[in-house]
Write a protein that binds this ligand. Structure first.
Ligand code: DOR
Ligand code: ZN
Ligand code: ZN
Length: 433
């Protein structure tokens, strides 16, 4: 299918393009950017193409979500690769990185291949599997990292927890560096967190729930940065939630350490003060933090210290999330709300320009993972997101295509809607009123 995207506002940070123009897709690739002149043979070809009128909308390289939970295999009642990638496509994502905490875990070359096989069959967007650091994510025995990378794993992570054995983690970082893939780190000291279920503070006291202090995250951020410095590993810190994480990333980068950080929409859009009652739709790990932390994260995104926006899309069943904050599982869905939350809480509030939003959701995530994308130069794969930043509506969890409806953003007014998601020149999502 050839597509002629007309009159859109192209935002392509990799090529410094910020202008109203046409973009023509042929054979799955970007074939022409600019205006198609009437006397060129290009124009004749384009006239036979599917036309998308993108007037008033942004045309951006497709978003890459560095952090999702697709739950397959093992927890298909929460989500499957099919439903999770459909939700991502609806959110404007042309690629996702599923974390390995499935059952069984993605902890071997065979399991990586299995995820890729299911994705090949069930997903219309790119799926870049993340392999576990230890077998069964039990923290004891290192996985075959080189083998998983050869099988197609694009990163390793123990997401859901930290590898508490620093020596084992140091070895894994060396392996990842040798295999040329990054380490995506969930930073949480297992001994310090105990039975904590929300941010340690006034809100937790009010609700009588055990708190999680900032240091639970910060001590592992510090450790992992030191290990990356020693091993030369490419370290990417998942779902940063504290002001000191931002400070430490800045200092480490100034020190030459290869470290990057991501922020999830819930951590930049919501503080613990907004938790209205004991409702597990506000429970995720790390938890919603204080106003001071949220301000530091927004500023970090603005300054470019925090380079990526990812969702930590973590679907759970309604049954599971009906429980109290103390007992329910951690996690909220994010694929279908991330773009609008980023527009509303970062662009509209002046923390990011539209161009910077594309950097944080597309260009830098692709660079961090070392995969194609995030670039709409001629000849590049036509992975494209078309969206506006002005539509006004309220988030409605009943419209989610994800199996998970667990969000604290139901009924929240937002700006910004995704109209088309295109992968390899194929329209994989189109908004219908
Ligand atoms: O909130 C979270 N949910 N944080 C994690 O680290 C894991 C995730 C999940 O798998 O549900
Ligand atoms: Zn995590
Ligand atoms: Zn996660």
């Amino acid at each position: 299918m050839n597509i002629w995207i007309k009159n859109g506002h192209l935002l392509d940070p990799a090529n410094h393009r910020d202008e109203i123009c046409d973009l023509y897709i042929e054979d799955g690739k970007v074939a022409c950017v600019g205006s198609l002149s009437s006397d060129k043979p290009e124009r004749e070809r384009a006239e036979k193409a599917t036309i998308i009128d993108a007037e008033g909308k942004y045309v951006m390289p497709g978003f890459l979500d560095l952090h999702v939970h697709l739950r397959e295999p093992g927890f298909e009642y929460k989500e499957t690769i099919r439903t999770g990638t459909s939700a991502a496509a609806k959110g404007g994502f042309t690629a996702v990185c599923p974390m390995p905490n499935t059952k069984p875990a993605t902890d071997s070359p065979e399991m990586v291949k299995k995820i890729l096989e299911i994705a090949e069959r069930d997903s219309e967007i790119h799926v870049y599997p993340v392999g576990a650091v230890t077998k069964g994510q039990s923290g004891e025995e290192m996985t075959d990292i080189a083998g998983m990378a050869a099988a197609g794993a694009k990163a390793i992570s123990e997401d859901g927890k930290s590898v508490m054995n620093a020596e084992l983690y140091r070895k894994a970082m060396r392996e990842a560096a040798n295999a040329g893939i990054p380490v995506l780190a969930h930073c949480e000291d297992k001994n310090m967190v105990g039975s904590g279920a929300m941010n340690a503070g006034k809100k937790a006291e009010e609700l009588g729930i055990t708190g999680i202090t900032n240091a639970v995250e910060d001590v592992i951020v510090a450790r992992d940065i030191l290990l990356a410095k020693e091993t030369g590993a490419r370290l990417h810190l998942c779902h940063c939630s504290t002001k000191d994480s931002v400070k430490m990333i800045k200092a480490a980068r100034e020190d030459g350490v290869k470290v990057s950080g991501e922020v999830c929409p819930h951590h930049f859009a919501m503080t613990e003060d907004e938790i209205p009652r004991d409702d597990a739709n506000y429970k995720m790990n790390p938890p919603l933090r204080s106003r001071e932390d949220v301000e530091a994260l927004c500023q970090g995104l603005s300054d470019g210290i925090m380079e990526a926006i990812s969702t930590d899309h973590a679907p759970h069943s309604e049954e599971e999330k009906k429980k109290s904050i103390a007992d329910a599982p951690f996690g909220i869905v994010g694929s279908e709300t991330a773009y609008a939350l980023a527009v509303t809480y970062l662009v509209k509030k002046g923390f990011l320009t539209p161009m910077q939003l594309v950097e944080r959701m597309s260009m830098r995530p692709c660079e961090i993972l070392g995969v194609p994308g995030g670039n709409l130069a001629v000849g590049m794969p036509a992975d494209i997101t078309i969206a506006d930043m002005d539509s006004e509506y309220k988030i409605d969890k009943n419209t989610f295509v994800s199996k998970g409806k667990n969000t604290p953003f139901h009924d929240v007014p937002v700006n910004g809607r995704v109209y088309y998601t295109i992968v390899g020149g194929k329209i994989v999502y189109q908004y219908e009123e």
